[in-house]
Design a protein around this ligand. Structure first.
Ligand code: AMP
Ligand code: MG
Length: 403
């Protein structure tokens, strides 16, 4: 049986191999958060476009400044002012953060290190050439590529695009991912379940996870645990870029997903992973499309989606697979888990100062969505660990939707 690291690597390799370039679409810089860039973004001019002061203070010639030196202040430059006059030797100019320093000046002295006596400024300490301003062109040259295809657009990337005037961005169209839940006991979320039925919450969590991963969910509802119904709905799902099924992959008499997929020509790369929850997870290709059969217990579905489907969506969407958001934390309450499988326990990490501490939450196993809704992370217990004591360092996998 593969470890989760191995299984994830298999997904990344196999989906990576079949990656095709996606059609591009123009997206406004206001709306492009989370999209994958499909063009180069190039600077329209040098950045900064002028020698830009980073402090409120005085523009000076550094060599004229010594402790106790006094210079006549001959003017004021605000951010946005046009600066054409050079600095006259033996004088200084008051300058604001973001303003252009005049020709001849080679330093800015912070106002905090000066005393003003009418039009004379007295300096408390020496200055060195280059201090407190960013030289023209030092952040980027004109015509320089600053964003490249395949980059995911976060707020900094969007601000950078806006800075150079790229208000519409060519982005890769989002992959469409079909969601099919399975199970005779499952009813639609807006139906009233009978006493032994449950609502299809997995389609809701999967749709949310697909959106966060950067794709578009295509909701196909629920298939009964019957070969004909499953076959018909899987056929429909295979029209999309990828397909995710929930339920029907365990060892039960009515767990038919693998069998039906196989009959439709699927090739599987794994059908079990050494994890709890989520052990029966299935990954393969069917008619050229990546297909994921995730176990139906809700927390299993959520965990296996993040482990295996999320990186596939990155790749299908034209980006690289993002790493799992994992960090180390101090264990706040001792653990005792069965060895053999890696465990993902719903947990809460709290930051005391910068030192994170994590505690697993009480839960009833992989059906317990309520426990996960109190968690901001999974505590990862490696397969070879059993007892872990308070104070040991453990891996924490953050829930990127709530942290
Ligand atoms: P399965 O993987 O098909 O054996 O399903 C395991 C358990 O997961 C079922 O007994 C249900 O309690 C639950 N389950 C299955 N499908 C869903 C669904 N779509 N939404 C919520 N829970 C589900
Ligand atoms: Mg089932």
């Amino acid at each position: 049986m593969l470890s989760y690291e191995e299984a994830r690597q298999v997904v990344i390799e196999q989906v990576g191999k079949k990656r095709a370039s996606r059609a591009a679409v123009g997206v406004s810089v206001w709306d492009a958060l989370g999209w994958v860039l499909a063009q180069e973004v190039i600077t329209d001019r040098e950045y900064p476009p002028f020698d830009r002061s980073t402090r409120d203070g005085y523009a000076v010639r550094a060599k004229e400044i010594a402790p106790g030196a006094g210079l006549k202040c001959v003017g004021e430059i605000k951010a946005g002012d046009t600066v054409s006059e050079p600095l006259v030797a033996g004088t200084c100019v008051q300058i604001m953060t973001g303003a252009a320093i005049p020709a001849g000046a080679d330093a800015v002295v912070m106002i905090e290190h000066t005393k003003r006596e009418r039009d004379v400024v007295r300096f408390e300490r020496a200055a060195h050439s280059g201090q407190n301003f960013v030289p023209r062109g030092s952040e980027a040259a004109a015509g320089q590529i600053i964003l490249s295809p395949g980059m995911r657009l976060g707020y900094a990337e969007l601000a950078l695009a806006a800075q150079v005037g790229a208000v519409e961005l060519q982005c890769a169209t989002r992959p469409r991912v079909a969601i099919l839940s399975t199970g005779d006991e499952v009813v639609l979320v807006d139906e009233t379940p009978g006493p032994f039925q449950i609502r299809n919450s997995n389609s809701v969590s999967l749709a949310a996870q697909i959106r966060i991963a950067g794709a578009e969910p295509v909701i196909l509802g629920n298939a009964a645990d019957r070969v004909d119904d499953l076959g018909k709905k899987i056929e429909r799902g295979l029209k999309e870029d990828a397909m995710v099924l929930s339920g029907g992959v365990s060892m039960g008499e009515y767990d038919l997903v693998e069998k039906v997929l196989k009959a439709m020509g699927a090739e599987f790369f794994f059908d079990a992973v050494a994890i709890r929850p989520g052990k029966p997870a299935v990954f393969g290709f069917c008619q050229g499309k990546p297909v994921f059969g995730l176990p139906g217990n809700p927390v299993s579905t959520m965990v296996t989606f993040e482990l295996f489907v999320a990186p596939a969506i990155d790749l299908l969407g034209g980006a690289e697979a993002r790493p799992m958001p994992v960090m180390e934390a101090r264990l706040g309450e001792a653990l005792n888990e069965k060895p053999g499988l890696a465990h993902f326990l719903p947990a809460r990490v709290e930051w005391r100062g910068l030192a994170p501490e994590v505690k697993a939450l009480k839960w009833q196993g992989s059906g317990d969505i309520a426990a996960l809704a109190k968690a901001n992370c999974f505590l990862v217990v490696p397969a070879n660990r059993e007892k872990i004591e308070v104070g040991e360092s453990v891996s924490v996998w953050l829930r990127k939707d709530v942290v």
